[in-house]
Design a protein around this ligand. Sequence first.
Ligand code: NAD
Length: 480
Amino acid sequence: MSNYPALHMIVDGRAIDSSTAGEQAVFNPATEERLGTLAWATTEHLDDALASSARAYQTWKLVSAQDRGALLHKVADLLIERIPQIAPVLCLEQGKSIREAAAELQYAADIFSYCAEEGKRTYGRIIPSRTEGHRQMVFKRPIGPSLGLSPWNFPGLVPARKIAMALAAGCTCILKASEETPATAMMIVQVCHDAGIPAGVVNLVFGDPPTVSSHLMDSDVIRKISFTGSIPVGKHLAKLASNRLQRCTLELGGHAPVIVLDDADPIYAARVAASAKFLRNAGQVCVAPTRFFVQEGVYKAFSNALAEIALSIKVGNGLDADTEMGPLANERRVDAMQRLVEDARAKGAKVLAGGHRVGQKGYFWAPTVLSDVDSSAVMMNEEPFGPLAPIVPFSRIEEVLVEANRLPQGLAAYAFTDSMTRASEIAEGIEAGVVTFNHVTAALPETPFGGVKESGDGREGGPEGLDAFMVTRYVSEARR
Ligand code: NAD
């Protein structure tokens, strides 16, 4: 494919495009065509990355927050300049529409800009002392070299988060981006280098994920892990991290409830929810709305409106200008959609829209709306990670809160209501790291993002995101 770049890792500023450790093909999910081949890191490459990260940390941690910020602003500016080149590549390897790909890269640039400024505000404090002549001070120091592990659903945004937060805090970052969508991460790391970030401050490796993560984590160099991905892998990494007590930020799966109360406008709620459900990466988003609980008074109007919108969505190759929803990122997701829809149907759900694969080539799945879905259906228990919208009626808020909180996940939750009283009741009662009312924007560079329960631990975004890459040091002096 002509405008898909040749793939390589980046260690200590050098490109590595061949290896004895193995390689993997990268495919276009819209056409199933092979886009390129990715070399896997050998043990020597990983050790080089560790040494490079440790070395670069010794100087990067001494760079002032102002100077680090100036470099991160350059990264943001250069990334924006390169969106026209990177967006089609993101689209080719991941599938989302070109409009979404460009928006994701703009968001990635916004993260760099935000971190450029927030790095200047990692303040300590002075604690009044008990003894005359003593000074008691608290400093924030970078935690050390970090390991960022990013998934295939946001190949631009998630690597940007891992890199920018680490660098703004004074840490270095080894990024192991998804092997299924490697080129976007590679182009972002290249932007970092071209903007003047010194060699070794950001290294990029690929390989067999369990081999790479266990090798890098079994090292004293890495002091912090930041992982975005599935709950089972997050639990596995948390166990590995316990060997050396590396700090973990884990952004794992969700299963977001959407509660539509009968005082809300069901048509508005359907329109807003549909944009997050279908138009955002075909539902392959950890904060995608996935369980729709609709109060009886507006149940029919909401279901009909959501189905109508789903049927109107233009599904196609992300590179086509009129495509609103691209393919799923891989065949595993298509198989999952098939399994989840068949199961819900068998348990009595009615399919109001979609429910089937689209076309013969590519991993396309129709935007799907199902009503009267039983709570025992697998899709009401397992994160669908795709364009499925199961709708269930309810009558009382107390009852819907119990159902919404029933699962081990607690990432995002959404509600539509015009009543402040009912909104407060939901905000208090729901178990989630992020709750929004009457809109579905769950994360911004400046807001803390993360889950509760099995959806993860720690926060990315906002001051909390930088704090996760810092340790608190207490220093006290006595005057003699
Ligand atoms: P998976 O569990 O195989 O992989 C999830 C991610 O973890 C991938 O990026 C993979 O490369 C990485 N990974 C796997 N084993 C690893 C290891 N030992 N060390 C380090 N990284 C490792 O699942 P999948 O088929 O890729 O995706 C399916 C599910 O994952 C989805 O249904 C969803 O629940 C979850 N997921 C969540 C997010 C998110 O944004 N939180 C992103 C992608 C996938």
